[in-house]
Design a protein around this ligand. Structure first.
Ligand SMILES: Nc1ncnc2c1ncn2[C@@H]1O[C@H](COP(=O)(O)OP(=O)(O)OP(=O)(O)O)[C@@H](O)[C@H]1O
Length: 347
């Protein structure tokens, strides 16, 4: 099957990932980390994937790259089904899809110069010697804003932001189509975060890259995502154009995540009520009945405890899995609060 330029680069349908978790006490249990999710990523598009720790974001990113076993569902890259690939075909795929992690220390060998680390993809995938790959390494370092002369330095000689640039340089080596950035800027201070995000943005525009940009914090994603997908307990609960999601969240969980972002303009500070989510994310091995968010949702109705809401279209863009969309008032911030539904508000 071939894909036209207008088809999405990535097409995920009905993706499920289940882990067997061994426990010290008690039998091994089965945890569905990703539950029947669908999404697309366009060519040159950045999809932000947000949600609390444990919601299944990293597992989703890893499943795209086949770094965790896919239980069922379809993942296509440019029209090619990836879930059935083996051996050499899988290695080719790994060149087209790369991952940048939160902690580049884990991906950069501390005892190897960064230049030598960046030669690795050329050696493994293209059979080049270190000398043959070296000119490309120098180009890549300059592309990510580092002097080529730093190629002979070791990871510990760089700051966190510089190490992340090196990880990005290595990810770019084989001209990928998609980069999964898994909390790639989360450990950096805000100004370094902005610099790395600006770099990612420049590279996206120059090479028509697509990103799955994973972060637990909606504030980080705001500056880079064209669309945002919100994940809760292994499920996507809302997907939509970034502007709409930030201005008019359609899911109470998205609204709560947004309410935790400080409002930069003090004159607007009173406009957004802080919504405190009580309790932790439920145990994914023992999810609540009905909607997975119902036991923490200030708007929960009887139906929410009984049945899983289907994904439905939001009038001004995207989709949401929430009974409010079909039953009762739709969530549109102030509208719901005016309707005097209970919102757990904090300080
Ligand atoms: N290799 C694994 N073996 C067993 N369980 C796993 C494994 N990886 C993830 N899980 C479980 O899957 C669920 C989702 O984890 P995942 O890391 O994908 O979430 P996340 O949203 O990325 O959170 P975080 O930001 O903390 O990484 C969690 O319950 C986690 O314990």
């Amino acid at each position: 099957m071939t894909a036209s330029d207008t088809d999405p680069l990535v097409r995920v349908r009905g993706l499920n990932v289940t882990f067997a978790q061994k426990r010290l006490l008690g039998p091994t249990r089965s945890v569905r980390a990703v539950h029947d999710i669908d999404f697309d990523i366009g060519r040159g598009e950045t999809l932000g994937l947000v949600g609390e720790s444990g919601s299944g974001k990293s597992t989703t990113g890893r499943a795209l790259l086949r770094l965790v076993p896919v239980e069922s569902g379809s993942v296509q890259l440019a029209g090619q089904e990836l879930t059935k690939l083996r051996g050499g075909e899988l290695r080719k795929l790994r060149a087209a899809m790369q991952m940048v992690f939160q902690d580049p220390y884990s991906s950069l060998d501390p005892s190897t110069t960064v230049g030598a680390s960046i030669t690795e993809p050329f050696r493994v995938h293209q059979g080049l010697s270190r000398n043959q790959a070296w000119p490309r390494v120098l180009e890549l370092l300059e592309l990510v804003g580092l002097p080529a002369s730093h190629a002979n330095r070791y990871p510990y000689e760089f700051s966190g932001g510089q190490r992340q640039r090196i990880a990005i340089a290595r990810a770019l080596a084989l001209h990928p189509k998609l980069i999964v950035c898994d909390e790639a800027v989360s450990a950096l201070d805000v100004s370094t975060q902005n610099q790395v995000i600006n770099l990612l943005e420049e590279l996206r525009a120059e090479f028509e890259l697509s990103y799955l940009f994973i972060a637990h914090d909606l504030a980080v994603v705001r500056h880079i995502a064209h669309r945002v997908a919100v994940m809760y307990l292994g499920r996507l609960v809302e997907v939509g154009p970034a502007e709409r999601v930030y201005e008019r969240p359609a899911h109470p969980y998205t609204e709560a995540l947004l309410s935790a972002i400080p409002v930069p303009n003090p004159q607007r500070a009173g406009e957004r009520e802080r919504i405190v989510l009580h309790g932790d994310l439920p145990d994914p091995a023992d999810p609540p009945a009905g909607c997975p968010f119902q036991n923490r949702c200030g708007y929960a109705m009887d139906i929410c405890r009984e049945s899983m809401p289907p994904m439905t279209e939001v009038a001004d863009g995207g989709t949401v899995a929430c009974h409010l969309q079909t039953t009762g008032p739709r969530l549109a911030g102030a509208v719901l609060r005016d309707a005097n539904l209970s919102v757990g508000s904090g300080q």
